[in-house]
Ligand binder design. Sequence first.
Ligand SMILES: [Zn+2]
Length: 514
Amino acid sequence: MRSVRPLAFLALAIVSGPGTAAISAQTLPTDDPVIRAIWDMGMGEASMVEPLAQVLMDSIGPRLSGSPGQRAADAWLTRTYASWGVEAREEQYGTWRGWDRGWTHIDLLEPRVRTLNGTMLAWSPGTEGPVEGEIVALPTFSGPQDLTAWAAGIAGRFVAFSAAEPTCRAPESWEALATPESWERMQALQTETARAWATSIRAAGGQGAVIQAIEDAGAAGVLTGRWSAGWGANKIFGAPTERIPAVHLSCEDYGLVHRLAAHGQGPRLRLDAQAEFLGEMPVYNIIGELPGTELPDEYVLLTAHLDSWDGGSGATDNGSGTIMMMEAMRILKQVYPNPRRTILVAHWGGEEQGLIGSSAFAEDHPEVVDGLQAAFNQDNGTWRIDFIRMQGFLGAGEHFGRWFSAMPREITQHIELDVPGVPETGGSDHMSFICRGTAGFRLQSHYPDYRQYTWHTDIDTYDKLVFDDLRNNATLAAMLAYLASEDPERVGTEQRALDRDWPSCRPARRSSGG
Ligand SMILES: [Zn+2]
């Protein structure tokens, strides 16, 4: 594997921070008027990334598959594209379990009053008005008989289902400030806590069996905690229950109620949770198009999934990618409205349920797969694009090198190209093209803090977006689309030899099945 930093034609004095917007295209070392115009529109005062992101993340909010939020986002995208003169359509690819999240009000009543920080897990049943009950923690099970005996006494109670974290202090704090011995002991305790919980659940017959016993016993609800191992960050996924509410509590509040229950201090809870199941709802990809003038049957794709989990606002997963691609299309429509190849923007649904929207699109549009010049997908957060893997396509590096040499160094200097790289095996929607042997690429940005703090968490919100980088990324996407469209040659898709199989495609799941 060889990594190269592409050559850029001239080094410029770099202006960073808010001043970046003041850089005029006049200073760019290029004679290409389209590149200059993209830079001006993307990096200058006319940038739309902030107002677009504010509407999507704050006003529309999260976009869970099958939820009214997702449909509101679909409608806003198509309307926004129409206002820019970009033809955009909703393409239904299937249905998903419809669910409308209402409020979740959670109060600890005994032994002291505290309003708890938490929310229903997605697709959780709600309550019919406020419900009160005692909180009990799971005991340690040594066999299924223990589960049966314990479940006999939990009717009308809330069950604290998860293991309680021994600390909600971020590891970077422990590393910086604790003695090494103390941090080591804490890590051992974390490992042991997780191991003991898993052993007990396994002994009882597994998570499914324990949840079913809790539901069958008529418990009032299930409380869970899933810490994201960072200050104040919690992962919010789908409910494990079918018939009773499943409510996630913050690391701190889950630990509080769990300790109170484990120490027999009589914690009582009041829960008022509204949720409505809507049946199977239609789900869509949003596809916008700038028709090609010379090679209309060859395609350049800008892609990012629009759906999200709903504990936060889906800002970095994947509001940032959504805004980046919308802004790139807005710019292209203004400065390059009649592309040589057809440029499509695709805002996928159902990524979080297994790359469903993009798989379905690839199944339903063999003409796009056959005519694909390149697909550029973004899906890992808000930071500046800094890495692009050629995914094992032997011919791709030459094209990226050519495209990068036509772009300003302010953008390319941050990006490492992995040539020829190896194909990824999963992760996001570019796989729906790579698995078909066509040129799908992922525009990647810094990963670790995304994984720790915002990926699928309750703090994945507008305030985490880095707009200087979003402007940079939208400008990059517009330039890549322009250069890939104008490229005299098709991107080669000859595959490098691998010591494993090329990634294979999975059929798109067209409904949730209930
Ligand atoms: Zn994502």
